[in-house]
Design a protein around this ligand. Structure first.
Ligand SMILES: Cc1cc2nc3c(=O)[nH]c(=O)nc-3n(C[C@H](O)[C@H](O)[C@H](O)COP(=O)(O)O)c2cc1C
Length: 216
């Protein structure tokens, strides 16, 4: 039996053998911006990434890559390089011990949609795509990653790179042709974590405002 982390056992979560109801996972997920320093087990993180990569992908292009930073030195470098001195409000109160960077590779979509069975869609030119499926796939995988993480007893925060992308690319040898879809902080919420961010200052739109049935 593998040891459980202090946080996951505290929370009553067993990251190795846990089956949460889907609705519970959805309800539990919220953007956590203050993390405890404890590093989640790497096999749990690997399993979360494995679940993320099973999200739908257009034509099964599978044009996503995941860069996991879980080495304390790499993670500290990441937080340092992305620290915008002019906008420190973007910083998490407790920096997460793991960061997953999600990348898309438009070339894979182009190659897939240039194949015989897809040519009828006339998407064999990147400029003709009305919706960029590599962005769509990236969002789907990022969501699946977050839900898998919550299911495994972790907390998550999806955010966009606001500062330091070039430095990150150079530091971690990220190929120039990969697009950065977003970043997901992973870990365990700090004991004194409090909800922050837009979700605390804005009301959720009512369902009837967003749901249109049969006609708009
Ligand atoms: C595409 C996208 C970009 C986001 N970028 C940021 C960000 O840069 N900084 C941040 O604090 N939160 C960011 N968020 C998190 C949202 O603010 C958050 O999901 C929203 O306020 C709802 O709160 P909840 O996730 O707790 O339900 C982002 C979310 C998405 C989907």
């Amino acid at each position: 039996m593998l040891p459980l982390s202090a946080h996951s056992s505290q929370l009553g979560c067993d990251p190795y053998n846990r089956a949460m109801e889907f609705s519970e996972v959805v309800r539990k997920r919220r953007s956590i911006r203050s993390f405890a320093p404890e590093i989640p087990p790497s096999d749990v993180v690997d399993r979360v990434i494995d679940t993320a990569r099973r999200a739908p992908s257009a034509g099964f292009s599978q044009g996503l890559d995941f860069l996991v930073l879980d080495d304390p030195h790499a993670v500290a470098t990441f937080w340092r390089l992305t620290n915008d001195p002019n906008h420190d409000v973007r910083r998490p109160a407790g920096e997460a011990p793991v960061v997953v960077l999600v990348f898309s590779d438009p070339k894979r979509y182009l190659a897939r949609y240039s194949a015989e069975d897809k040519l009828e869609f006339q998407l064999d030119d990147l400029d003709r795509w009305p919706v960029r499926f590599w962005d769509v796939d990236g969002g789907m995988a990022a969501m699946q990653l977050q839900l898998a993480a919550v299911d495994a007893g972790l907390d998550t925060w999806f955010f966009g790179i606001g500062y330091g992308e070039d430095a990150i690319r150079s530091e971690f040898s990220i190929p120039d042709d990969r697009l950065m879809v977003g970043l997901i902080a992973l870990g365990y919420r700090a004991d004194d974590e409090q909800p922050t961010g837009s979700g605390t200052t804005r009301k959720r739109r009512p369902l009837e405002d967003q749901l249109h049935r049969n006609t708009w």
